[in-house]
Design a binder for this molecule. Structure first.
Ligand code: ZN
Length: 375
């Protein structure tokens, strides 16, 4: 989702990106502000002025969202958590805070920083409008009033106590501190977050039915986004909790069925794929050295007529092209590697020798056992 975008620059050592989806919100804002909000509230200005006001408001709102995310990031960095990137996208901004805060206090500070920044901006713009800066020119008053209102709306929306919104993180920090159990705290605030998402979807549906098409669809999208993010946030916490301190050596399969590079594909299919139900096999040479991996796909790419002539060594994926693991790697980073690897199994090597193999199934089995035992 956050792959495509334009890099804007670097602030506090953080790469700032704008996702292309942000253009949609820019156009929607420009259209609804210059065509509806500003002409209704501040009548008597020219069409060009409304367009400039709409454009300036959309850009400044974008700057305000960026400042909100920078506030989270600044406090995260001060708590020792690196923030490599901030991405602004259709639903606002996301600071990629690289790890979960280590304490409830750090979580609270990081979460509260964003709404505090937005509230300060709201007060500042409200003061600008009241102080009649630029001799009370209605065009500037309109801009400041809009920014005051929209920053206040950001505070209110973000303070809904459902994960992954800031309010949800603040509540999680409080419950985490009280119960001493981050998993239980996350579960509670995730349920609130996904419930809030569903409420937005229902409200959106009602709006669509009563004629407010764009507003309604917008609510439905934000509701779906929040509902999904709340659920995956909880799954991630459970996973991290269960895999904490677990190494690849603890969960890998040690008795690995290997094949020789010299056998033909017919033999491979008959004696290995049909006999053992795996989609890939490590290839090991005479001296037990690891050579590569042969998968069902590498065989399928060869016409069946050639299966007697071609050998495993001809079609295997060489060791240098494969992602491998060490027994000392952490299970959590191994799971990330597994999710992005094609054959679904990764070999574990120790000084060039095959010592085991790890599949998503191994990790899921461990999770199932831990959940059954209530760990
Ligand atoms: Zn925030």
């Amino acid at each position: 989702m956050f792959g495509r975008g334009v890099r804007l620059g670097r602030v506090l050592g953080i790469e700032i990106y704008v996702d292309y989806s942000w253009l949609i919100i820019f156009i929607l804002l420009l259209w609804s502000l210059s065509g509806g909000f500003f002409p209704n509230r501040y009548p008597g200005l020219s069409r060009a002025v409304y367009l400039v006001l709409g454009g300036a408001s959309a850009v400044l709102l974008f700057v305000c969202v960026l400042l909100h995310e920078l506030s989270h990031s600044y406090i995260a960095q001060r708590s020792g958590i690196p923030v490599p990137r901030i991405t602004l996208f259709i639903f606002g901004g996301v600071a990629q805070i690289s790890e979960e805060p280590r304490s409830a206090k750090a979580e609270f500070n990081i979460a509260v920083a964003g709404p505090v920044c937005s509230l300060a901006l709201s007060v500042l713009f409200w003061a600008f409008s009241q102080l009649r800066l630029f001799s009370g020119d209605v065009r500037f008053v309109a801009l400041f009033e809009y920014l005051a209102v929209v920053n206040l709306a950001l505070v209110i929306f973000n303070m809904v106590p459902g994960f992954p919104l800031d309010g949800g993180r603040i509540l999680r920090a409080y419950l985490w501190d009280r119960w001493g159990d981050i998993k239980r705290a996350t579960y509670t605030v995730s349920r609130i977050g996904s419930g809030f998402g569903i409420v937005l979807i229902v409200l959106g549906g009602v709006s669509v039915l009563t004629g407010n098409l764009i507003g309604g669809i917008w609510f439905i999208f934000i509701g779906m986004f929040l509902n999904g993010a709340a659920k995956s946030g909880y799954r991630m916490t459970v996973l991290k909790d269960a895999l904490e301190g677990v190494r690849v050596a603890d969960i890998m399969t040690r008795r690995v069925v290997t094949v020789s590079p010299l056998i033909t594909l017919s033999k491979l299919v008959r004696d290995y794929f049909y006999l053992h139900i795996y989609v890939s096999f490590p290839v090991v040479g005479e001296g037990e050295e690891f050579l590569g991996l042969v998968s069902l796909k590498s065989v399928k790419d060869v016409p069946q007529a050639q299966w007697d002539a071609k050998t495993v060594g001809d079609v295997m994926i060489g060791a240098s092209e494969l992602k491998t693991l060490s027994p000392r790697d952490e299970a959590l980073s191994a799971l990330n590697a597994l999710m992005s690897s094609e054959p679904g199994r990764i070999v574990v090597l120790e000084s060039g020798r095959l010592v085991g193999i790890l599949s998503q199934r191994d990790i899921m089995t461990l999770l199932a056992i831990k959940t059954d035992l209530g760990a």
